[in-house]
Design a protein around this ligand. Structure first.
Ligand code: DAH
Length: 373
């Protein structure tokens, strides 16, 4: 800004002459009208109404005029600035309306168009069958019990009356959890069955006791059509006064009818498990052929391989040594227990022939079972 100059002749100051100010206004209005979009208008605003615009510089000169000339020049510049501001506001509104209009036209959503449906997924049949199995026992008054998958060897083996040199403890069957300093054994294993939950239940719950425990188990098996290193079992345990093998048969029979069909018979044959005595292998009558495949002239049955019976569980009366290990008086109480494979039940019930289908996570497999709750 120049210093005030009393002898200044306004007529001689070109920047503030009416013609010059009008030229500035004309240039500004042309640029504003010519701005094709908001970006260009922004540039025009900077050039013609910004701090460095000719009109702003002219405005700064007013103070340098002799007082008599200031009012005139001030009015002229003020009118010019407001004309430019008015034009800017007007063009801004036009361009915004334009932009909104275009956006509405271009971004119209055709609600009648088909869209990519995102399928809701499906619960895994091992989960739903496991829940169904547990529900059957809950319906008979059993409670659900849980235990850890990384289990103390004592619960998984010792308390269940596995002798220290029992082959099932050896490397080919059991995943041993390494110790903190790299020792191959830490006293913890990935549980090889759900039976350790029997021990946990007997040690912590009041008698009488009726529990089922579904969950994951681990064995060092290679994945093939009939084996998986990770699988699921459901364990059952009842401890009460006066329980006998007849009670075990009753529980198994009720379960088989609820899971596989009314009127199916069950069969117990002698077997061996260290934690039950006597022990039994439980089979049910084939729910597909109901034994017809074993009779002369009957069609062969793929499900029971024409045996008429399908093995479904291990079971038995709780070994008194196990009761004693849990502080239960075997002269007063007796118990029965059973354990069955959830994948196996699923495969039997739905005719799945390859266990790998249950671990590969292909939703097409799960979806076939529907969204059963
Ligand atoms: N824990 C056994 C297994 O994994 C299955 C089993 C057999 C469980 C007999 C039981 C039982 O409760 O009584 O092979």
């Amino acid at each position: 800004m120049s210093a005030p100059n009393k002898s200044y002749d306004p007529v001689e100051v070109a920047a503030l002459s009416a013609e010059e100010v009008q030229r500035m206004v004309d240039a500004a209005l042309t640029a504003i009208a010519g701005a094709a979009d908001l970006q260009e208008l922004k540039a025009a605003r900077l050039a013609h109404a910004g701090d460095r615009a000719p009109i702003a510089e002219a405005n700064a000169e007013i103070g340098a005029l002799p007082p008599a000339a200031r009012a005139d020049a001030g009015r002229r510049v003020g009118a010019a600035k407001s004309a430019i501001r008015g034009a800017l506001t007007h063009r801004q509104q036009e361009l915004e309306a334009d932009r909104d209009h275009r956006a509405l036209a271009e971004e119209t959503v055709d609600v009648t168009l088909p869209w990519d449906r995102v399928p809701p997924g499906a619960r895994h049949p091992v989960t739903t069958v496991g829940e169904r199995l547990a529900d059957i026992f809950v319906g008979m008054g059993y409670e659900i019990a849980e235990g850890p998958e990384a289990e103390a060897e004592w619960y998984n083996f010792d308390a269940l009356n596995f002798p220290p040199d029992h082959p099932a403890r050896e490397m080919q069957d059991t995943f041993f959890v390494a110790g903190p300093h790299g020792e191959p054994r830490s006293g913890v294993v990935l549980r090889t069955h759900t039976s350790p939950v029997q021990i946990r239940s007997m040690l912590t719950r009041p008698l009488p006791l009726y529990v089922v425990s579904p969950g994951k188990c681990y064995r060092t098996d290679t994945l093939d059509a009939t084996h998986s290193p990770v699988f699921h079992q459901i364990e059952g345990l009842a401890v009460d006064e006066g329980l006998t093998m007849a009670d075990l048969r009753g529980a198994i029979g009720a379960f088989v009818e609820a899971m596989f069909g009314e009127g199916l018979r069950t069969r117990l044959r002698p077997d061996f498990f260290p934690f039950t005595e006597p022990s039994a292998d439980v089979s049910m009558e084939c729910h597909v052929c109901r034994g017809a495949s074993t009779r002369p002239g009957g069609d062969p049955c793929r499900v029971c391989r024409s045996q008429g019976w399908i093995e479904i569980a291990g079971a038995g009366m709780v070994n008194p040594r196990v009761l004693v290990a849990c502080g239960i008086d075997p002269d007063r109480y007796s118990g029965f227990a059973f354990g069955l494979g959830i994948e196996r039940s699923l495969m039997i019930r739905h005719g799945v022939t390859d266990i790998r289908d249950t671990v590969e996570g292909d939703v097409r497999f799960s979806r076939a079972f529907g969204m059963e709750a």
